[in-house]
Design a protein. Structure first.
Length: 286
């Protein structure tokens, strides 16, 4: 179980809290068959919901009517804002996702006016992400704009040297038996070429294969972003055209890191002795 605790820098923990902790509705794609029944357009793929609405009911309280009004108008000023919505699980873990505060609902009843320092409100958030984000694995800086106590770990973005081809890498994503842990599908592969690299192929044992058929010039950086479905390469025009995705990949997710051990193989030609690859991603939680 979990509780919504903060939106951006605004605390949401007050009295009488009731949180919507449901999953959201997963999309379906069925095609009716002439003889009856239907064909599932998604096959055996596990799909995730699109926009998920999360509501939170709470009772604001203050030491004076003036302070209550200040708290309430501060919340009103956030209407329509997109920011990070945080939750705290029963085990004390902090997760977050991007959300927009769509609506603030409140009724001022005659009975409650006798208690001039309380106000019941309902907050409605539209969450754009399918999974909550946990710990971040990748390079970052102190001025990145995030709270240091919310999943950002020092020295957690160590690149791997591509000393020879193939290079074998093991990525441990918690345990396959962790309750609530989800596969990671938003990953940035960052390749820094000491010398020119060609025929780059990144594969996961039992999973997908990404092949970059172009050339990464010496001193350049290639970024394959599976979350944004974007490919960038210094000094290369339209690098996206050079990317080849294995037929086994879900087109909604180019590459996946599964809970537990992920065995990654990187094949390439060239690169010298100082080229590196780095994997940047957030843990994902249902």
């Amino acid at each position: 179980m979990y509780r919504l605790i903060r939106f951006g820098a605004t605390e949401l923990e007050y009295y009488n809290q009731v949180d919507n902790i449901g999953s959201g509705q997963t999309p379906v794609s069925y095609i009716g068959l002439p003889e009856g029944g239907s064909l599932d357009g998604f096959g055996n793929l596990q799909k995730a919901p699109g926009i998920v609405e999360r509501n939170k009911s709470l009772r604001l309280h203050a030491s004076s009517p003036e302070q209550l009004e200040e708290i309430y108008f501060k919340l009103l000023s956030l209407r329509g804002k997109r920011d990070q919505l945080y939750r705290r699980t029963g085990q004390g873990n902090i997760h977050w996702m991007y959300a927009r505060l769509v609506e603030i609902m409140a009724m001022r009843s005659y009975e409650q006016t006798r208690f001039r320092v309380i106000q019941d409100i309902d907050l409605r958030f539209a969450c754009q992400e399918a999974f909550w984000r946990g710990y971040y694995s990748g390079g970052w800086f102190l001025d990145s704009g995030f709270y240091l106590d919310n999943g950002w770990v020092f020295d957690n973005g160590n690149p791997v040297t591509l000393a020879s081809s193939p290079t074998y890498i093991e990525i441990q994503l918690g345990s396959a038996s962790d309750p609530g842990r989800a596969p990671v599908r938003a990953i940035q592969f960052i390749i820094n070429a000491d010398e020119a690299i060609t025929s780059l192929m990144i594969s996961r044992l039992g999973g997908e294969i990404l092949t970059y058929n172009g050339t990464i010039p010496a001193g350049s950086q290639l970024i394959i972003d599976t979350g944004a479905m974007r490919v960038l390469c210094t000094g290369v025009t339209d690098p996206y055209d050079n990317l080849e995705i294995s037929p086994t990949a879900d087109m909604a997710a180019w590459f996946t890191l599964q809970p537990g051990l992920n065995e990654i193989t990187v094949n390439f030609t060239g690169g010298g002795s100082g080229s590196t690859i780095e994997f940047s991603y957030y843990e994902a939680w249902f």
